[in-house]
Design a protein around this ligand. Structure first.
Ligand SMILES: [Zn+2]
Length: 422
């Protein structure tokens, strides 16, 4: 019990924190804590981890008795920071240490300093991920205790679908700073579009580690920005899941000409129009291009509408939900008076679409439903029987939230109406 230190990296405020002192008292650690220092104990050289706020104290137990206390992973939630980066970033700093110094077979405690009344969903989600990560790997059993002033869990992670749903729901209305996206393609493949930028970095890694453990299929990682993977970290993760692939980065602002060409070719191929080009892309190339562009498109739809849920019937089974363009892909592609940049912008624009279930997707595509004057309408194209089916059986609501309507969005709906002579 003599070599006990509490170390904080770059956070002298926390070292003198009233809450921390209270916590130490509650845990009867007063005698164990020799000093609280603020230094750079963790010399994390990797650029990606520089922003980590808090690091850890490790506590070793034996038969419920504290044997040794080195580090506690600490974190706190600030009301002002709705993104709750602190929890995930502190954890990643800790993981980095775990990878670098091979500190396995230890017990850890996660403290959450709850300063305000409600701990948000993203905070809970991060804690849940960390709890589950601690449960696996090679840590001891019952490794993680979470100390907070109140019960803070309002979400429970049962599977990857849960995580995907919660994460995507949190991305709503956050189009300025691109959130991390999980797109479950099927039971065997998931794509992660991750933002390794400042506020999202910790969470991005947290998602990678969580998915590596709990998703047994193939994991494709895409980065929103140009980004170099930390090799040690990636090797560590590859030990957990061999089917993890870093597929490179996607610049959502710059037009990916080659990818667009590949997608356009696919459209030509489908519609049986001869495509004049020197090089025919291979099928995997086309599939990869389509996957990338739809990730960006879906990320934008999530920023606007939240998680995948049909706007007309609330169906939220991700396998049944599609991102449906209002102005059709093929119309954008064939339009002659707009630049490639503009085409790309419209193809991935969150305003140019809805989440629809497969049913409503087709009804909209074929003009049985249109959007006019701030709401959906069932058109005269329907017979009386069809009208009954659509309105009474499948459609729950025709109005949409006013905040979702803007000029850009309206322009797309005008194009859609024009196609059906309205
Ligand atoms: Zn629907």
């Amino acid at each position: 019990m003599s070599n006990i230190k509490i170390v904080f990296k770059r956070d002298s405020i926390l070292a003198n924190d009233k809450l921390l002192k209270e916590l130490i008292k509650t845990m009867k650690l007063e005698n164990c804590v020799k000093e609280i220092v603020d230094n750079n104990f963790f010399s994390i050289e990797n650029e990606n981890f520089k922003l980590t706020k808090f690091t850890a104290i490790i506590i070793r137990y034996e038969n419920d008795k504290i044997l040794e206390c080195d580090f506690i992973l600490t974190s706190r939630e600030y009301e002002a920071d709705s993104r709750n980066i602190f929890i995930s970033q502190g954890f990643i700093s800790f993981m980095q240490m775990f990878v670098d110094k091979k500190m396995d077979n230890k017990n850890f405690v996660l403290f959450v300093f709850k300063q305000y009344k409600n701990i948000s969903l993203s905070c809970s989600l991060h804690i849940e991920m960390i709890r589950n990560i601690f449960k696996s790997l090679s840590f001891n059993k019952e490794v993680l205790n979470v100390y907070a002033q109140d019960d803070i869990f309002n979400c429970e992670l049962k599977n990857i679908e849960n995580l995907s749903y919660y994460r995507n729901e949190l991305s709503k209305k956050n189009s300025s700073n691109k959130s991390n996206l999980l797109e479950l393609l099927d039971a065997n493949e998931i794509s992660l579009l991750l933002n390794f930028g400042a506020a999202n970095n910790g969470e991005a890694w947290l998602i990678i580690i969580y998915c590596s453990i709990y998703f047994k299929g193939q994991i494709n990682i895409y980065s929103i920005k140009e980004f170099k993977m930390d090799k040690n970290f990636l090797n560590f993760i590859k030990k957990i899941n061999k089917k993890i692939f870093f597929k490179g980065w996607i610049n959502s602002k710059k037009v990916p000409t080659e990818e667009l060409n590949a997608i356009f070719k696919e459209v030509h191929y489908k519609t049986d129009i001869t495509f004049e080009n020197k090089k025919t892309p291979t099928l995997p190339e086309i599939q990869e291009a389509i996957r990338r562009y739809s990730l960006i498109y879906h990320n934008n739809l999530i920023s606007k509408y939240g998680s995948k849920e049909c706007i007309l019937c609330d169906c939220n089974n991700p396998s049944l939900i599609v991102g449906a363009h209002i102005k059709r892909f093929s119309d954008i592609k064939n339009q002659e008076n707009i630049s490639l940049e503009q085409k790309y912008k419209e193809i991935v624009d969150g305003d140019n679409g809805f989440w629809f279930c497969s049913n409503h997707d087709k009804l909209f595509e074929h003009g049985y439903i249109i959007f006019h004057e701030n709401r959906f309408h069932i058109t005269e194209k329907c017979s009386e029987e069809e009208f009954k089916y659509i309105v009474k059986i499948t459609t729950k609501k025709l109005k949409i939230n006013k905040e979702l309507i803007n000029e850009n969005f309206i322009n797309y709906t005008l194009e859609h109406k024009k196609r059906f002579g309205f």
